[in-house]
Structure formats: C-alpha cells, structure tokens
Design a protein around this ligand. Sequence first.
Ligand code: 0A1
Ligand code: ZN
Length: 849
Amino acid sequence: MQAEAPQTIYLKDYTPFGWHVESVHLTFRLAPHSTRVLSKIRFAPNPDAPAQTFFLHGEMLKLIAAKIDGAPVTPDVTDEGLTVAVPSGAFLWEAEVEIDPKGNTALEGLYMSNGMYCTQCEAEGFRKITYYPDRPDVMSTFTVRIEGDEKVKLSNGNPQAEGDGFAEWHDPWPKPAYLFALVAGDLVNHPGAFTTMSGKDVELNIWVRPGDEDKCAFGMEALKKSMKWDEEVYGREYDLDIFNIVAVDDFNMGAMENKGLNVFNSSCVLASPETSTDANFERVEAIIAHEYFHNWTGNRITCRDWFQLCLKEGLTVFRDSQFTSDMRSAPVKRISDVIDLRGRQFPEDQGPLSHPVRPESFQEINNFYTATVYEKGAEVIGMLKRLVGDEAYAKALDLYFDRHDGQACTIEDWLKVFEDATGRDLSQFKRWYSQAGTPRVSVSESFADGTYSLTFRQETTPTPGQPEKAPQVIPLAVGLLNPNGDEVLPTTLLEFNQSEQTFNFNGFAAKPVPSLLRGFSAPVVLDRDAGREEQAFLLAHDTDTFTRWDAGRQLARETLVDMILTGATPDMAYIDGLEAVLRDETLDPAYRALMMGTPSQSELAQVLADRGHVPDPDAIWQAAETLAQVKAERWTDLLPRLAAEAEVTGTYSPDAEQSARRALGAAVLSLQTRLDGGAAAEAQFARADNMTLQLSALSNLIRAGRDEAALKAFEDQWRGDRLVMDKWFGLQIAATTPEKVVPRTEALTAHPAFDWKNPNRFRAVMGAMMTHHAGFHSADGAGYRLLADWLIRLDDVNPQTTARMCQAFQTWRRYDAGRQETIRTELERIRSKQKLSRDVDEMVSRILG
Ligand code: 0A1
Ligand code: ZN
C-alpha cells in the first residue's frame, strides 16, 4: 500500500526548465556510510521557459549547507527536492549533502558493490547524489573531484589531475545528469588502445575486481570492433581521450552508457571459454556495442524527456543488431531477434502492460525500460529503413547527427529528419510510436486470368487507454514462388497502409505460392490459414531464410495445438519436412539448430487463448514432450550424422562458425538424451572443457533426472565463481520437470549462496521459476505464492528489480478461473504490503487493470 496516491506524469505537460546549467563542479569525499558531496552549479535564466519556482530534485539526501552567490540560504526541503528564492539573473548555487552509499540497496544513485563505489543515475538516480534539475533536457559540462583512499577513482570525460588521495576529471561534452558516473575501488585494468579515423589515440580500459583480469580480453576486442564499425557504417568517431568500462557485480540492468565511463553488470562484460557459453560471448559483444553506440545515439544527441526514451534505445538496439548481423550470421541474428520479440514484446503488447513505443504517461519511469520501448522501438526503425531505402536512411542519419548534435530531442525531431531527407510524409508512420498493441494482419488470395491478388486486412485490438485504433503503415516484404519451387517474384515491398488493401501481380501461368512478411518486415501477427501443405512447401523451398524458418515454426505450432486440443499424434509432414532441411549440409548449422526449435510453451498458451481455448499448462508440457520424443525416435540415423557435423576440433573460439556447430550439437543432444537416458550427456559432461558443452550436458542430465552427481561436481568446481554459480542456480530450475520446479526453487532459496539482494542471483532463481511455464503455473498455485512472497520481501530492498519481475503475472487472464483467482489474490497481497514502492504499486495496479 502506497502511503500517498502516486503522481502520474504526462508527455503533454512538458515544460522546459527555467534555467540553463552552465557548469557543474562536484567534489566527493568518500566514506561508506557518510559520503559528502559538494556541488557548485552555475545557473542562468532560460529565456525560452515559462516563469517558475526554482526547484531542484533531491531524494534521500541530508542537506548540510547551501549557499547562493556565497551567502548561506535555507531552502524548503521535502522528500522530493527543494525550493528556494533565487536572484533574477545568473547565480552560483553551492550545496553540501551527505549520503549513505553502503546503505543503498536499491542500486540507484551512489552505492557500494563488494567494497567498490559506483553509480547508476539513469533514469532519475542523480537526485540521490545531490540537489539538481535531474531531467535529461538540462545539459551541462561536469568537473568532478573524488577524494578517497581507493586505488582507482574514475568519472566521466578526461582525467585532469591526480594526486595523493584524489583524482579530478573533466567532461567537455555537455550532458544530462543521468549520464554522470563515478567509480572508486581497488580495481585492476585490462588495457587497450584505439586510433580513430581522424588519427586520435584513445586509451581503453576494462576495470574489474582483482581475479577477473583474465575475463576481459574478449570484451576489449568487442569494444574495438564496435568503435571501428561505428566509424565505417555511421561515420561516428569517438570524442574523448579515454574510454573506460567497469564491471560491477550488483547492478539492476545489463549495462549503462555513462559518458566515457560505461558501467556493466559483470555478467555482460566478463567472458572466458571455461566460464561463459557461446551465447554469453555473443551477448557480451552485443552489449558492449550497444553501450558504445550510445555515445552518439543517446549521449551526443539525448532525449528531451523520458517519454522519448525510444529515441535513444530503439535506435541503439537497431544499431547493435546491425552490428551483430555484420559480425556474425545475419539470418541467425534476425531469427533470434524475432524469437525474442515474440517471446517478450508480444505478450507485453497484448496484455495489461501494453503501452506505446513512446508512452504518454507514467508514474515510475523505471517501469518503462521495456521490450516495447527497446525491441519494438528498434523494429520501428527497421521498418523506416525499409520504407525509405538504405541510401535515404544513411542520408537521414547524417542529417540527424548534423542537425541535433548537442541537443535533447524528441520523436518529432527524429521523424522530421526523415521527412526532410526524403520528402516523405511520415504522419501516418508516426502511429507506430503512439499506438500500442500488436497489429494482426489477415490475408486472403485469389487467382484469375493470370493475375494473382493478395488482400490484407489489419486490426489492432484495444489496449489500456486506447479503445480505438487507426490503420498503420505496414511494410510487407513479399515474394512469390512457382508451384515447382522457383521464385517468380523476388522480394518486393508492399506498403500496406489502409484497413483493407489489395495488391495485384500479373502474368502468372499458375497460381503462385506467397512468401509473406519476409525478413519479418513488420512487428505484426500474420494470420494466414493457408494449410499445412503450403507451409511444408515454403519450409522446403522458400528463398528467404526468415520465412523459411517461420514456415517450420508454424508447422510445429499447428501440430502442437492439435496434439494439445485433440490428443492427436505429431504431424509427420512437419517432422519429415524438417528432416529434409536438417539433412541439407549446405545450410548453416546454427540455422538448422534454430529450425529444430519449437514455439515456447508460453507462446502456445497465447495461441490457444487467441483461439478461444483456456490453455492447460500441463497439457502443453506433455505435447512438447511427446513431439520431442517422436522426433528423437524417428531420427535415430539422422542424429549421429548431425552430431558428427557438430563436432568441433581445435581450440575453443566463440566465433559464429564454432558456436553454430555447438548450437546444433546441443539441439541434437537434447533429443539423444531421450533415447539414451543421459549417457551421451554424461560423457559430454565428463570431457567438456568449455562452459557451452558443460552446461548443455548438465541441462540434459537435469532433464533426464540423472543430475545429482553432476550438480555436485559442478558446484564443487565453480563455487568460487559467482557468475557460473548463477547458471548453476538457474539451470536446476529451468531444465527440470514441472513438478520439481517449485520445490527446487524453495530449496535453492535456502542455499547459503542464495544472496537474494544480488539482482543476478535473485533473477537466476526466481527468473528461472517464472519462465518455466508448466512449473510456475502449477495448478496448486504454489509457484505464484512463492514468487509473491519473495517479491514482497525484495521490494523493501530493491524496488526496481522487484517491479520488473512482477511481469511474471502479466498473462494471468489467459488461464482458467482457478488460476486467475489465485494470481489475483497474490497480486492483491503484494499491493497491500506496507510501504509498497511506487515502482511495484504501478506495475501491480496496471496488471490487475
Ligand atoms: N540505458 C541503459 C540501460 C539502463 C537503463 C536503466 C537503468 O537503471 C534504471 C540502468 C541501465 C542501456 O540501454 O543499456
Ligand atoms: Zn540502451
């Protein structure tokens, strides 16, 4: 229960701050429980702003003293900030405050992690460091002095001076406070260097706790590749003498793009073959790129207000996906992104938490770092690029950087750049930013006199606060195939922008087969009930790697739905069609591994709900099991062939080629385990010399119920490595059978190493439970209760992470009355907690609707 009704903030209420900040000087006197922060801030009236009271944000601060132009003042202080009378012209504000980094468990502002000081200021953490206009449109240069005994003391910008017990930094680039960072501790560095395209030398460092030095080399290479790529592809050069990355164990998110001083969750930067999987390596490379790319898309050009978050995040995710596609396999990256979008963003967009890519109101901005803002935001940019073409996209981006460098911008600014560069009217396209929900596109076809016609209809169901939806501009990439499998229309872009629209294609002797939504050209649900024959045909013949994969996926989905609803046996047309693809050795092993996957159980639950059925998690689990078993039994001669192809010789490398083989190997092992009860997995576990093989072996041993010795051995081997132990905690839950999920989770929370205040460990355990569909949704409600118990406990310590994990309940209305009732009770129980955070209150209230 919130003490006071939380305040809602609206996009339409934006007003500029009444003053410019000309410069900021900060001095930090570090002490774990009583750090002093001295600020000297020069303010000058902003002639473009309406008259207003001078207000500075400030939370959890003890104000020691304040002065204006050297004279002591006594401001009016509340829990949220202060007001004070100020001169009509420019003035110098000085304040001294005391803060408690060690007592800061929320990990926002200045806090401590393993004895090291670090900060997290996005979105509104700077106000927990000192009094300030903590809003992204207030930009200033910062000079920072850090006083303390720590060996390493870092802040943004370039080093300016260093001496006994102090270090000074100056950042010449004006920035909003959310990009401020400070790190101090006894850290060691992995050094590197980069020469920019104009010949400037940049010092690079990855700073870690002693003992982690050997896990930095991969991250350093990724950083250099990112710097080079941004020069080559976007013409963007780095702009300081030094670029520092720091690894922190306690961090709410993945990483943070603070100017010149990126702070990373250690799980997103540290990597070594023994301790990291191929997927971890790829993620490290992508996140390093993402944070680095923010230097231009986010830092040099920032957001006017937090409603514009997608301006930096959508664009930066889009850029990091382009980077990964260039570094690795583009088709595999695209398919993985779509799996992720359908798995995380679609449920969000189709449930009670649905919001536009640019939200129009919020209570707690931390709740809007979502898959919609990030991943759908990136899809919107991909659509824009497709619509205007690659050349015009490049031209528009050059214009964006030219026109808006040093500014805090809006989505209107962004779209105007495209309009000016291309002459296009993007007013309808803008609905992608304002309209929430996933459009559903249905298709019908006709063929007469050599003309083939496709008629599309679009519909978006109402979302919270948006009962009516208008048609959107949907770029549909389509191709057509002859009945013999030849492509007769290469990929063509249709601009589908009305509720219903027909497109004609002439000159065909026979009715062609359509390949629709190639490359997943728009984030929509395509409803096409074309029958399995057509899907099997596309699985065999489509030239587009995405739609070919998706045809297999749809066949898998349809057979699973049949099995769930009618108890049917698996469709052999699917299994045999898939087998033909798997036998094609010209196809990338990673692509074939993706082909072997099936829709997640949660996705199947959504499909059933969409078709008017109440999903039964146990039946879904059972169908998935049966399908895998049938594949395994059918493919007894195929599996050893694939296993041989998946063999990697030579030294481990996390590159695309080797990881592809291991991905195929893992898919094969999971079927093989169904035939041999875990013998092959046990052998692999015994000989594994890298984490990818060790973990896939362990996962199968867990699944086969043959895990006692392996889990013990793994724990003995890795008890000293916190990131590997996160895997150990999570996998025992994620890979087990439904009935063991809750008891195991409960047992693991009693494990001495279950440090629940560490977000990585908490997520490893609770995140694994909530994503095990059949386990979490066990009919007795034990999963719901256990999660709610822990969320109630964590809220006092870390509201941000607690609020994010409430998402586990967002799909509650899909399920039967009994489950709905239990979930509602648990959500109400959370909501009635004493001193509930604003973060969790907002999430639970939205989920309950
Ligand atoms: N801007 C970072 C992500 C980030 C967002 C919020 C945080 O705390 C509330 C921390 C990090 C990124 O996109 O990588
Ligand atoms: Zn980002």
